[in-house]
Design a protein around this ligand. Structure first.
Ligand code: KIV
Ligand code: ZN
Length: 525
């Protein structure tokens, strides 16, 4: 790092803003795994959740705060004493705790959502930052919907928050409305006009509604931001948040242009990205920058020729720089455990030896049926077999299903429910539907509703495994499940059982004291 190089802090919100994206909810074991990847990457701050939103979120933030080894752990809080108390209670055991408090500052939000006057917003911001500082030395204050707020008011609020003790001030583009030039100017102007702004960390937080989240974040860095808030794979509300991997690789690849460094070990990006896909069950578009399947693939002959002659002809970064080996060994039935374990690690899984042994046996079994086992096959295996640390209440014992266009399709399913064998039959408009009716009855969740059902071949070929993914709603909450098998009915049953099992395990299923940020009036984006 040269003396002129700026150090940009990376604030990751995959576990808070990212988790708010539809279908990206994670359980505690998933979150702890993501945290391990974030620490391996070297992010400066992990926003672990919104502790006041539910008991489950509180417990998750607390567990993450206790587990984090080096990163700052933040909890979000509205400008309310009860929220701040809850946030502090959740993060106070972290080695480096942070309270992140926010209030909206745009005329639209103040009038229509908060129903507060600008003076009352300033007063509340000051009171809450001061109170947060009385609990915690590290306090971030965010002006929600800042990019649509009036400049003089922004300056007033930022100054008041700094005087009240905020150590980081965040100017979010909450609805992805800003243009890069405008957003850059916002940071320059705040630094120029607000006394004390240069003495705190100035942060940007961009949503991707117009596809500009990364461009805006980079513009903010040019304007003087020294912290960037982002999420792995760009997940987040609506069109998502700025993507961590794109920002970090842009700053690294165009180092001379930005004159900025992050503390990120970029070789850990690929595994971290894979981990988020696996725990959220979300797939990346093939042409997603940096981590998409095609990001380093060269299809056109002229490009292949160029890359073989000199990779720099068509590659501005190497696959190795994000932790993606250029050529990978093909795994098949003669592969050994060491190569298999290494591939699991490359794909973002961090597993105990006993789990690796268990998966290796399944891999061998699959390799007997398929000539080569692809990465997608391995990911599917690892995703769908649970370890002893995640015991299921519902387990498939056996099933049979009848598909027919002459008589009503039927399904008979036998499950182990808390260890006891229970068998039921059901009917439906197809064999899968019939099995689902039987499973609902066994689980005692008759009102569970199948919202989304997807079936895909994990890989090409006649011997392909297929993967079923489902989303099931129950009591206003949505649960995800996925299952893999060479049999589509079995994959579908396994997916459904996993979703219903999560519904049974959900402590927050009964209406909680606070609305969840996804559905409540919290206005968190
Ligand atoms: O988008 C936003 O404004 C937010 C804040 C709560 C930081 O997520
Ligand atoms: Zn946001």
């Amino acid at each position: 790092m040269t003396s002129e190089t700026k150090r940009i802090k990376i604030f990751d919100s995959t576990l808070r803003d990212g988790e708010q994206s539809p279908g990206c909810s994670m359980n505690l074991a998933d979150k702890l795994l993501v945290l391990e990847h974030l620490e391996a990457l070297g992010v400066d701050v992990v926003e672990a959740g919104f502790a006041a939103s539910s008991t489950g979120d509180f417990e998750a933030v607390q567990a993450l705060a206790r587990a984090a080894k080096k990163t700052v752990v933040a909890s979000l809080a509205r400008c309310r004493k009860a929220d701040i108390d809850r946030a502090w209670e959740a993060v106070k055991d972290a080695r480096h705790p942070r309270i992140h408090v926010f209030i909206a500052t745009s005329p639209l939000h103040m009038e229509c959502k908060l129903r507060m006057t600008p003076d009352a917003v300033v007063e509340s911001a000051v009171e809450c930052v001061r109170y947060s500082r009385s609990l915690c030395e590290d306090v971030e204050f965010s002006l929600e919907d800042c990019s649509r707020s009036e400049r003089p008011f922004i300056y007033r609020v930022v100054q008041a928050a700094i005087e009240a003790g905020a150590t980081t001030v965040n100017l979010p583009d909450t609805v992805g409305f800003a243009m890069p030039e405008e957003y850059e100017a916002l940071f320059r102007d705040v630094l120029e006009r607000v006394p004390g702004a240069a003495g705190v960390t100035l942060s940007c937080h961009c949503h991707n509604d117009l596809g500009l989240a990364v461009a805006n974040s980079l513009a903010a860095v040019r304007g003087g931001a020294t912290q960037v808030e982002c999420c792995l794979n760009g997940i987040g509300e609506r069109a998502g948040n700025a993507s961590l991997e794109e920002i970090v690789m842009a700053l690294k690849t165009r180092h001379a242009f930005f004159g900025a460094d992050t503390g990120i070990d970029t070789t850990k990006i690929y595994a971290a990205s894979k981990c988020v896909c696996n725990v959220t069950g979300s797939k990346l578009q093939a042409n997603k920058a940096i981590v998409g399947e095609n990001a380093f693939a060269h299809e056109a002959g002229i490009h292949q020729h160029g890359v073989l002659a000199n990779p720099l002809t068509y590659e501005i970064m190497t696959p190795e720089s994000i932790g993606l080996p250029r050529s990978k060994m093909v795994l098949g039935k003669h592969s050994g455990k060491h190569a298999f374990a290494q591939r699991l690690a490359d794909l973002g899984f961090r597993l105990e030896d006993a789990r690796v042994d268990e998966l290796f046996a399944k891999f061998k079994d699959l390799a007997d049926r398929k000539k080569t086992v692809s990465d997608a096959d391995i990911e599917a295996l690892a995703r769908h077999s649970r370890g002893a640390d995640a015991p299921a209440r519902l387990e498939l014992d056996r099933f049979s299903a009848l598909a027919s266009d002459a008589i009503t399709p039927m399904g008979a399913v036998r499950l182990r429910f808390d260890g006891e064998l229970v068998e039921k039959t059901g009917t439906g408009d197809g064999p899968i539907n019939a099995c689902y009716a039987a499973i609902r009855e066994i689980a005692g969740l008759p009102s569970a509703r199948l919202e989304v059902y997807n079936l895909t071949a994990v890989d090409g070929g006649m011997d392909a495994q297929c993967e079923a993914t489902v989303k099931v709603s129950h009591n206003g909450r949505v649960y995800r499940g996925s299952g893999v098998s060479t049999d589509i009915v079995e994959a579908s049953i396994r997916a459904y059982i996993q979703a219903l099992d999560s519904a049974l395990a959900d402590k927050d299923a009964a209406p909680a004291a606070f609305d969840h940020p996804q559905r409540g009036d919290t206005g968190v984006h």
